[in-house]
Unconditional design. Structure first.
Length: 317
């Protein structure tokens, strides 16, 4: 630890100051985002775009903060070095924090504490990166294990749905013994996986509605957005506002796909029945690196209320 602090003092201090300043800056971004969503009548698609823009703005702000912090710290170190004895200047900055000038003591203490904060961020980033990588590996295994072919009839109906939505990429669908609710994975080679019993427990119209929901994720490029959002969550794992924005993005993403289904089919009751059946008949395990039809039980309940008109829903134009 001492060697790390000694060799990377200014870099770690920059990280620490970035974390401290991002606490108030990103909080302001989240607060403004929440105010916008409450002040205007927006569709779920528009709400999602606002939240996603706020997430991107938070990322850009933190990057700019880091470069600003690095520049400020470097200039401060040079200024203090100009007034320090020669024997202090020639020693590594991270090894010697004692300064002759009393006026500089506060700055040096700030550098010291901010470096520990930077070490905390690096440790958290490493641990979370390992966890994210393992989750990604498990998700990718779903593409090659436990796959069962769907019936010829449903394959033809699925191909027709894909054709009607004018997709330029090849999209495949399989039944999987490894999933417990319909999910969509992949961006360049999207794949829809449905659990065993999916085609037997739902009516044909309900099946098509669920498939349409998953195809809506692909059409909206949600998997690419999810990848970017995972990076943002990883970099700013320490910030509660980032997790709040992520929760809002998940909610509005699912609402936007629900709206797409209802506005395309014109039959909200069939889709609501399909969601209810899925929630009752299939247990739920979230996969953070995939698009899950069923998220938290309360979230599904709120989606059902919204689709039934108990909560306002703006029609997609």
């Amino acid at each position: 630890m001492k060697y790390l602090l000694a060799q990377n003092g200014e870099f770690l201090s920059g990280l620490g100051y970035t974390i401290l300043h991002s606490l108030w800056l990103v909080t302001i971004i989240a607060a403004v985002t929440f105010a916008l969503l409450k002040s205007f009548k927006l569709t779920a698609k528009e709400k999602y775009n606002v939240v996603f823009a706020a997430q991107l703005l938070s990322l850009v702000s933190v990057i700019l903060l880091f470069f600003w912090s690095q520049n400020t710290i470097t200039n401060s170190v040079v200024l203090m070095a100009d007034h320090a004895p020669v024997d202090q200047v020639i020693e590594p900055i991270a090894d010697e924090l004692e300064m002759v000038q009393t006026s500089n003591a506060f700055l040096w203490n700030g550098f010291a504490y901010s470096r520990y904060l930077g070490c905390f961020w690096l440790a958290g980033l490493l641990l979370l990166s390992i966890w994210k990588f393992m989750s990604w590996r498990l998700t990718m295994r779903l593409r090659n294990t436990g796959l069962l072919a769907i019936s010829e009839n449903w394959q033809e109906r699925f191909n027709l749905m894909v054709k009607r939505m004018n997709f330029s990429r090849k999209i495949v669908m399989h039944t999987s013994t490894k999933v417990v609710s319909p999910i969509m994975i992949g961006y360049l080679k999207p794949m829809i996986l449905v659990p065993v019993g999916f085609f037997s427990d739902l009516a044909p119209a309900e099946i098509e509605a669920i498939i349409l929901h998953e195809l809506a994720h692909i059409k909206r490029k949600d998997y690419l957005h999810l990848f970017i959002q995972q990076i943002i969550n990883l970099i700013m794992f320490y910030h509660p506002a980032i997790w709040l924005l992520d929760k809002m993005a998940k909610q509005e993403r699912e609402n936007a796909c629900d709206d797409y289904v209802v506005d395309t089919t014109g039959d909200p009751k069939t889709y609501v029945k399909a969601l209810g059946t899925m929630q009752l008949n299939f247990s739920k395990t979230q996969n953070k690196m995939a698009m899950n039809l069923l998220n938290d039980k309360n979230d599904v309940l709120n989606r059902l209320k919204r689709l039934l008109g108990e909560e306002p829903r703006q029609k997609v134009s």
